[in-house]
Design a protein around this ligand. Structure first.
Ligand code: GDP
Ligand code: MG
Length: 438
């Protein structure tokens, strides 16, 4: 999606005359890309209508940068599509807030419950978990294991079969014990079965939740809108959590979830690990959707990880310069940061490189690339203009114990990546500086 939309924006950047025809063309491209990314057709139509209404080219004064006006309109429209117009439910400190998680099986409820508890616990909340899933075998064990790891108190039962009773008992117990964030995990079944919804309604009635969070897998596709709507029709969904944004999902379903539930996205899941969970940031999300890369988020992640030595590099990246040394350092940081996907995902094109290729795992591939780069000269590593001759490539391959084909692959990846970095740099400098847009 990102590349297609940024492609559409770029096409316009390249065309000298920006008129209604160019605008229409661009919007058509963006529409296609959004549909491909599983954005609901209604939202797509709405975006096109809104941008067309907003941008009155002939009314713009001479000297106004039309391209920038259009780009800002697209950016803003996507942002407002992610804004339901209602504020997220506020939890009150010191009060027994009950938060119920709902969603179909496998969407990431249990994982997100524990992440949510852990996140709040670190912010000083007295959080606890209630496992009211009696449907899935081993559900209580799964929650127990994760909660124990996170050091969050939990409640559940191996013998009780009525989930409503477990939820009620658990919530009452924790209320009496003075917890101020009581999180209830529920069962999700494969389909939108009546029994699931009936159980969910009864539970909501019984525990009277402060907030109900709808958990949605980002890879759900076009089904997102209907699924979210089905849940919203039965219980008062107040927030949405989108999971598995670390995968290859395009994330378009997020817009559908917001429009169906009329509730804000509050957090996103970016991995299986307990701290791969972040507050949702609309502008960063849209920036990634548009293929601009979340450069500021990237810098923050590096800072948080204590890898300050790389700040110079990120400054250069935002200026569009990228050397093989930068690539090496980037791969190194990623190994240090652990899960490969997060930093990668912020730079368009990087994620591509991480995919399994010919059965070779992404992390193995990265190590091989690093070995190859270890056989290069300083000049080759630091001067982006160096030309690698066939014999030089062969020498490098021999020096690193790899096949010349792999050296070729590395250089292709490098070229691809530096091209993306160049675009990001150019965009952030000239056309679409995210910071300036906010
Ligand atoms: P539930 O059935 O809705 O409770 O879903 P689970 O919490 O059991 O999650 C189903 C699977 O998705 C598990 O293997 C989780 O580890 C995985 N999962 C959940 N959230 C994420 C995420 O943000 N990223 C990734 N990669 N996997 C996730
Ligand atoms: Mg579960």
């Amino acid at each position: 999606l990102g590349s297609r939309i940024s492609g559409a924006l770029r096409k316009m950047t390249d065309s000298t005359v920006i008129d209604e025809t160019a605008l229409k063309e661009m919007l058509k491209e963006i529409n296609h890309a959004l549909l491909e990314a599983d954005v609901n057709i209604k939202s797509v139509v709405q975006l096109r209508k809104n941008v067309t209404e907003r941008v009155k080219l002939e009314e713009l004064a001479a000297g106004v940068n039309k391209r920038k006006v259009i780009q800002k309109a697209v950016f803003d429209e996507l942002c407002s599509m992610l804004d339901p117009g209602t504020a997220p439910v506020t939890l009150k400190r010191g009060k027994p807030n009950v938060v119920m998680f709902v969603g179909l099986q496998g969407n990431g409820k249990t994982t997100s419950c524990v992440k949510y508890a852990y996140y709040h616990q670190r912010k000083g909340w007295k959080a606890c978990l209630v496992c009211a899933d009696t449907f899935r075998a081993g559900a209580f064990d799964q929650l127990k294991q994760n909660a124990t790891k996170a050091k969050v108190p939990f409640f559940g039962s191996y013998t009780e079969t009525d989930p409503v009773k477990i939820a009620t008992d658990g919530v009452n117990r924790f209320k009496n014990e003075g917890y101020d964030l009581i999180i209830v995990d529920t069962s999700g079944r494969h389909k939108q079965e009546e029994a699931l919804f009936a159980e969910m309604e009864q539970m909501a009635e019984s525990v009277n939740p402060t907030d109900i969070i709808f958990v949605m897998d980002s890879a759900i596709g076009q089904a997102a809108y209907d699924q979210a709507l089905a849940f919203r029709a039965k219980v008062k969904v107040g927030s949405v959590i989108i999971t598995k944004l670390d995968g290859h999902a395009k994330g378009g379903g997020a817009l559908s979830a917001v429009s169906a539930t009329k509730s804000p996205i509050t957090f996103i899941g970016t991995g299986e690990h307990i701290d791969e969970f972040e507050p949702f940031k609309t502008q960063a999300f849209v920036g990634r959707l548009l293929g601009l890369g979340d450069v500021s988020g990237l810098v923050n992640t590096i800072k948080e990880a204590g890898l300050h030595e790389n700040v110079e590099m990120y400054k250069r990246i935002t200026e569009g310069v990228f050397t093989l040394r930068d690539m090496y350092d980037q791969l190194e940081s990623i190994s240090k940061l652990g899960p490969l996907n997060k930093v990668m995902g912020m730079i368009p094109g990087m994620a591509e490189m991480m995919k399994n290729t010919n059965g070779v795992d992404g992390s193995v591939r990265i190590k091989r690339f690093q070995h190859i780069m270890d056989s290069m000269t300083m000049k080759e590593m630091e001067d982006p203009k160096v030309n690698f001759t066939a014999s030089r490539k062969e020498r490098i391959a021999r020096g690193s114990g790899r096949h010349p084909q792999e050296v070729e692959e590395l250089l292709i990846e490098y070229k691809r990546f530096s091209k993306v970095v160049g675009k990001v740099g150019k965009m952030s400098k000239k056309n679409m500086n995210i910071d300036q847009l906010s």
